[in-house]
Design a binder for this molecule. Structure first.
Ligand code: AP5
Length: 215
């Protein structure tokens, strides 16, 4: 199965993708994570991407489509793929079709997480992760059980993404409205889009996604 999770910054794409990985053994292909890893490793792609990401703008279509093609080859033909944060432009949607076709895959669902933009700034600016294991937390929605200690690995160091400040989040949302939302009608015309209330409790969102995948 190949699915796209689509929604603006903070819609819950990463949160739900992580659950699908755990519960269904699917593989998460997050272009944001791949780009952050490239920035951290100081690769040529990372060097090009860093300033663009810090400004909340979109990295070039060719770079992210190459990353996705390479990652799909790496995960093998039998693994179910969750596209998280890709495609984000009409050109990327076109590339994804070609990438999937070349590998004998096709899209099963495009799951749109429908959210109230006003709530997203709080979601994004409040999130942080354990520096050691990457477990995600939130100032308001999900604090570690013991203050300052990661529930999963016991680590005591946490970090925040450099692009998770209010100003950059607003640029990322504007990019979503201008470049990503317009690809929804393309998939809608193919009968692939399933809309979910992304403002619901995380468990309810997960249940709605499961119902779509099991139908
Ligand atoms: P990327 O990493 O993809 O960021 P994003 O799309 O802005 O998405 P986020 O990771 O911010 O949000 P999310 O929807 O995953 O939400 P999450 O689950 O964490 O991209 C970063 C940058 O990389 C881009 O700006 C761009 O520069 C570049 N890039 C990446 N892909 C690209 C591409 N294809 N083309 C070009 N450039 C690209 O949830 C957020 C918070 O809310 C969490 O704390 C979570 O706990 C909480 N939360 C989640 N669900 C709920 C809920 N139901 N109720 C309450 N809280 C919730």
């Amino acid at each position: 199965m190949n699915i796209i999770l689509l929604g603006p910054p903070g819609a819950g794409k990463g949160t739900q993708a992580a659950r699908l990985v755990e519960e269904r053994g699917m593989v998460q292909l997050s272009t944001g994570d791949m780009l952050r890893a490239a920035v951290k490793a100081g690769t040529p792609v990372g060097l090009k991407a860093k300033a663009v990401m810090d400004a909340g703008q979109l990295v070039s279509d060719a770079i992210v489509s190459d990353l996705i093609g390479d990652k799909l080859d790496e995960i093998g033909a039998d693994a179910g793929a969750i596209f998280d944060g890709y495609p984000r432009t009409a050109a990327q949607a076109e590339s994804l079709d070609a990438i999937l076709k070349a590998r004998g895959r096709s899209l099963d669902h495009v799951i749109e997480l429908d959210v109230d933009e006003n709530a997203l700034v709080e979601r994004v600016t409040g999130r942080f992760t354990c520096a050691a294991c990457g477990e995600g937390y939130h100032d308001r929605f999900k604090q570690p059980k013991a203050e300052g200690v990661c529930d999963v690995c016991g680590g005591a160091e946490f970090k925040r993404r450099p692009d998770d400040n209010a100003e950059t989040v607003r640029t990322r949302m504007a990019e979503y409205r201008a470049k990503t939302a317009p690809i929804l009608p393309i998939y809608d015309a193919r009968g692939l889009v399933k809309r979910i209330d992304g403002m619901a409790d995380m468990n309810d969102v997960a249940a709605s996604i499961s119902a779509i995948l099991d139908a």
